[in-house]
Design a protein around this ligand. Structure first.
Ligand SMILES: *Cc1c(COP(=O)(O)O)cnc(C)c1O
Length: 377
């Protein structure tokens, strides 16, 4: 089979979505599945929808286009403020977008009129993380000015925490959002249909708070895909953390001295941690590089240690494993490694349902004779 490849277990993604949807439904929160880490791969989006997500969000119009072209029919939200230079695409590819800038809203209005559609606007509120957002004091007037723009409807308010500064979603900042919702509703005389409280970092708050206030939607990516929460990167109870596997092929396997020799300066990506121990090790090179993954975010198979990674070579100590040239090694990924792998043009993305995996892997083994895969867990 092709290597490197990113194996995706779609059943795990649908299952994770279902569990989160079912946990959030009792408190009145629906889930928008965020597809940006996979560049809007339609199979992953469909798995999220099978799991009960009510819509999809992506930060790039190109990814939304890929979803639409792949036949995804669910409501699509552009979750990054549209570039002024892309408002036409934003109108065509999304039903709703997250916004903060009057100039962009004016351009969206003109593009919506031009296109003969109505575009939904969620105004993003700054609540302390210092990424996107309108200051709380300016939200009501911004909301009223959206109402005056033809071609646009004010869908609601949203916020995003824990991304730029790691600010934790809590009762205080979520109450601030709810209060702003009420202020906007009082000013316009109508209720808002979307109150988008945040991302996967909001789950701990949403599932423990006894007052959700007006929050009725979360935009979830990492928790669905990796089964982890972004505040401490802990696994979320009950979720699968193994939906993704990055498989690389071994291109050299030799017994080598444990330590380098000669004068030591920087390696290709800065200083390399000094190697310890003496004697020899069984070392392998996997045809994977920093262009394809973040070495700090890879989990190697049990008993195998990552020694270093340059642009195109991943060097591992294979310990007691019997690893030969042509073998495949399978690595788990964190969010950073996942994004890198899914956007590398060198990595083949391979979505499958659990049943298909076994069949195709057996097939690969038969073709390659000596090929065996050492899984990450
Ligand atoms: C990426 C992103 C999300 C999803 O975040 P996760 O931590 O992956 O759940 C939600 N909202 C916005 C605005 C984003 O950029």
């Amino acid at each position: 089979m092709t290597a490197p490849r990113l194996d995706i277990d779609l059943g795990a993604i649908a299952g994770n979505t279902r569990i989160l949807v079912d946990r959030l439904a009792p408190v009145g929160i629906r889930v928008t599945g965020v597809s940006k880490a996979l560049r809007g791969l339609p199979d992953v989006a469909e798995a999220m929808l099978r799991g009960g997500a009510t819509g999809l969000g992506d930060s790039r119009v190109e990814n939304l286009q890929r979803l639409r072209a792949g036949g995804v029919a669910a409501p699509l939200t552009l979750i990054r403020s549209p570039m002024l230079s892309q408002v036409e695409q934003a109108i065509r590819m999304s039903d709703t977008s997250l916004n903060t800038e009057p100039a962009v809203l004016a351009a969206l209005s003109a593009a919506a009129l031009n296109h003969g559609t109505t575009h939904g606007v969620v105004l993003m509120v700054e609540l302390g993380d210092l990424r996107e957002g309108i200051a709380a004091d300016d939200v009501v007037s911004a909301a009223l000015s959206v109402e005056r723009l033809p071609g646009l409807t004010l869908a609601g308010l949203g916020t995003n925490l824990a991304c730029q500064s790691g600010v934790v979603p809590d009762q205080r900042n979520m109450d601030d959002l709810s209060r702003l919702v009420e202020a906007v509703e009082a000013a316009r005389g109508r209720t808002l249909s979307v109150v988008s409280g945040g991302n996967s970092a909001n789950l701990a708050w949403a599932l423990s708070s006894d007052d959700i206030g007006r929050i009725d939607e979360l935009r979830l990516g990492e928790s669905i895909l990796l089964g982890t929460e972004p505040l401490h990167r802990n696994p979320i109870a009950g979720l699968r953390t193994d939906a993704f596997t990055l498989v690389g092929e071994v291109i050299e396997a030799k017994t080598k001295p444990a330590r380098p020799w000669g004068e030591i300066a920087q390696a290709s990506f800065g200083h390399q941690a000094p190697r310890r121990g003496g004697g020899t090790i069984r070392q392998a090179i996997v045809a994977l590089g920093r262009q394809d993954a973040d070495p700090d975010g890879l989990t190697p198979p049990e008993g195998i240690t990552v020694l270093g990674m340059s642009s195109d070579h991943l060097v591992v100590d294979v310990g007691d494993h019997d690893v030969a040239v042509g073998d495949e090694l399978a690595f788990g990924l964190d969010y950073s490694a996942l994004v890198r792998a899914a956007t590398s043009p060198f990595v083949t993305v391979s979505p499958h349902t659990a049943g298909q995996t076994r069949a195709s892997r057996t097939g690969a083994r038969a073709e390659n004779g000596n090929s065996k895969e050492i899984p990450h867990h």
